[in-house]
Design a protein around this ligand. Structure first.
Ligand SMILES: [Zn+2]
Length: 343
């Protein structure tokens, strides 16, 4: 076979192969078989060596032209094949009526939301929101709040001491003292914040927890104001049916003192076998009372002129009641599915 016949034969087989190939990957195989380093074209090129030297340039040119044509045909076929494959994948995969995947959206943590709502309620009633240090000296945590060093009530606070005189605050009440030191009456503040106690962690206790504290000092303030404000707050946070009950209690910094309960959200106060309230029908939110005259004296307020009330509620406890959750720890396990339910 001479070179012209060789090329003719090669081109015919190339065109057949092109026609019979389906898809981009089989076109790649055709390219390798014909134009690859050990492909058919290379074999034809080698045959040039057997030609008389004068014929070699012309033969080389014809082979080059043939290669160019084959490359063009291959590129065209490859572009067509790719377009077909894209079209096929689009028509199979896109269903514009199919519900889309919702992008994930963050939300405010339930604990923050309760704190925010408590503060918003008091702000609407003219209270200022103040925050303070989480590390406080003995004086602000205890002495100024009428709990001298030998007072048995200190035991109940079970605190984390950093030095003999500095501790992680076990309650937000130090801010009562700091606020009253800085302002003359009337004083009306609400204090949201994190507190720490050496409590064993269980369904109702954490060693790090949040409190919302309230303080009102003015002339003629009495327990009725306290009861009205706290009842209003509970109804706003938990629902308009909510009842609030004051049980006589004892705290060194208030006199008289009360523990404040609200209707159990699970049994609606019926009690019985209720797992949430243990059958009492009530959930304890925290302590409250009329500010002790000694506390007022410590900040140079005259207890014969001024009176006031204070309360401190556990935010986790309020969140349990609001969201009907039976274990405080669930709020802090970073369980996405759980938090999303409350979002
Ligand atoms: Zn109950």
């Amino acid at each position: 076979m001479n070179l012209a016949d060789n090329l003719e034969d090669l081109r015919a087989r190339f065109e057949d192969a092109l026609k019979n190939s389906a898809g981009a990957s089989s076109l790649d195989a055709v390219r390798v078989a014909f134009l690859g380093r050990s492909g058919e074209v290379t074999a034809v090129r080698r045959s040039i060596g057997k030609l008389p030297p004068a014929e070699r340039p012309a033969a080389g040119q014809r082979i080059n032209e043939a290669v160019e044509q084959m490359e063009r045909a291959l590129n065209e076929a490859q572009a067509n094949a790719q377009a077909l494959e894209v079209g096929a994948s689009l028509s199979q995969r896109i269903d514009v009526t199919f519900p889309s995947i919702k992008p994930q959206q963050g939300s405010i943590h339930p604990m923050k939301r309760v704190m925010h709502d408590v503060c918003a309620y008091f702000e609407r009633h003219g209270f200022a929101v103040v925050v303070g240090p989480e590390i406080e000296p003995d004086y602000y945590n205890f002495d100024a709040l009428n709990i001298p060093p030998d007072h048995p009530a200190r035991e109940g606070f079970d605190s984390f001491f950093l030095t003999p005189n500095l501790l992680l605050r076990p309650h937000t009440s130090p801010m009562q003292i700091r606020t009253m030191q800085q302002h003359r009456p009337p004083v009306a503040v609400v204090v949201p914040g994190t507190c720490y106690r050496r409590d064993a962690v269980d369904a109702r206790h954490l060693f790090q927890f949040n409190q919302c504290e309230g303080l009102l000092i003015d002339e003629g303030v009495h327990m009725g104001h306290l009861k009205g404000m706290l009842t209003g707050m509970c109804r706003e946070i938990f629902g308009s049916e909510q009842q609030v009950r004051f049980r006589p209690s004892y705290f060194p910094f208030t006199e008289p003192s009360a523990e404040v309960d609200t209707t159990c959200p699970l049994c609606r106060g019926a009690g019985g076998e209720c797992r949430m309230c243990g059958g009492s029908g009530w959930i304890e939110l925290g302590g409250a009372g009329m500010v002790h005259p000694n506390v007022l004296r410590n900040v140079e307020y005259d207890p014969d002129v001024y009176s006031g009330w204070a309360f401190g509620f556990g935010v986790e406890r309020m969140a349990l009641v609001r969201y009907d959750v039976d274990d405080i720890r669930r709020f802090f396990e970073n369980d996405h599915a759980f938090l999303e339910q409350l979002a």
